[in-house]
Design a protein. Structure first.
Length: 293
């Protein structure tokens, strides 16, 4: 009897694990709560569009939640060309939102990267002739600081020689929500920081489209898993094909529960539902058997 009970408990545990796995799989397959129409043009089969600041802010950091859906409810395969790839070199520049605090012999510049941009370099605009040491740290969402880089910034302007080095380069990129630049002034007056520019990598999405079809980009599902598409396996050939540049409409944010997207019958979902129903029935039967014994 004890052996039988152990087997029953093991069976119940197995069913709970199966149920949890199915539920997690269903959650990871949902669309996000942000949608944007992809405005396509041209007659080429393949289309591209660049990701913007809004996507980096609201999507997962690894972009695994991006989904392209046609008006028929079909998920469209795509791949991403990451801007920091040496063959791509896609990047943009914008003025950063920053604050300056002068302390004894030190200037602290706090840069807001709330959009989680992939920063490749920072450019400081400052007045005067100077040569000062600096240190950059990244601050994560929990407030922990991480050393990133140190070096010298200078702006030298003389009759016989002039040199400028006001750019802080990063080997890869940094994506911390906050960056801190400490400039060591020693006994000199603090620098007047006029502007801080961020040069950041941008990513490009490539997909195949039909000219008469409408497509939406969805993102924002934190449980999403990275999709695996065949197009990734032959992307080297797609890269040689002509492509049309598409643009994105303004984002529409909604509650996930209010999504109204027509989708075709997904047999995997049906199969998962059958597994859940079967598991529930078996658990009820097993519990009744336990009660009777």
């Amino acid at each position: 009897m004890r052996k039988e009970k152990k087997l029953i408990y093991a069976f119940i545990l197995l069913m709970v694990i199966v149920l949890g796995t199915v539920i997690r799989a269903e959650g990871s397959d949902k669309l996000g709560n942000v949608s944007r129409q992809i405005i396509i043009s041209g007659d080429n089969k393949y289309k591209t569009f660049l990701l913007d600041e809004s996507i980096y802010k609201q999507a997962k950091q690894d972009l695994s939640d991006l989904r392209i859906v046609s008006s028929k409810g079909i998920r469209i395969p795509y791949y991403i060309n990451h801007g920091n790839n040496k063959n791509m070199g896609l990047h943009s520049t914008k003025s950063a939102v920053f604050t300056v605090r002068n302390q004894e012999k030190q200037t602290d510049i706090q840069i807001n990267n709330g959009d989680c941009l992939k920063i490749k370099e920072l450019i400081l605009e400052a007045e005067g002739v100077f040569k000062r040491r600096y240190k950059v740290t990244g601050i994560d969402s929990e407030g922990q600081s991480f050393f990133l880089k140190s070096g010298e910034l200078y702006n030298l302007d003389f009759k016989e020689a002039s040199a400028k080095h006001r750019t802080i380069y990063f080997n890869e990129y940094v994506q911390y929500p906050t960056l801190s630049i400490d400039i060591y002034n020693e006994d000199d007056q603090p620098l007047v920081i006029e502007d801080v520019k961020m040069d950041y990598w941008t990513d490009q999405v490539v997909f195949a489209a039909e000219s008469q079809e409408t497509y939406m980009l969805w993102y924002g599902n934190r449980e999403a898993l990275k999709p695996s598409y065949d197009i990734e396996k032959y992307r080297t050939y797609v890269e040689k094909e002509p492509k049309d540049i598409s643009t994105l409409a303004e984002p529409i944010v909604q509650e996930i529960s209010t999504q109204r997207i027509k989708t075709p019958i997904n047999m995997q979902v049906v199969f998962n539902i059958l597994i859940v129903i079967t598991a529930v029935v078996l658990i009820v039967v097993v519990l009744k058997k336990l009660k009777n014994t």
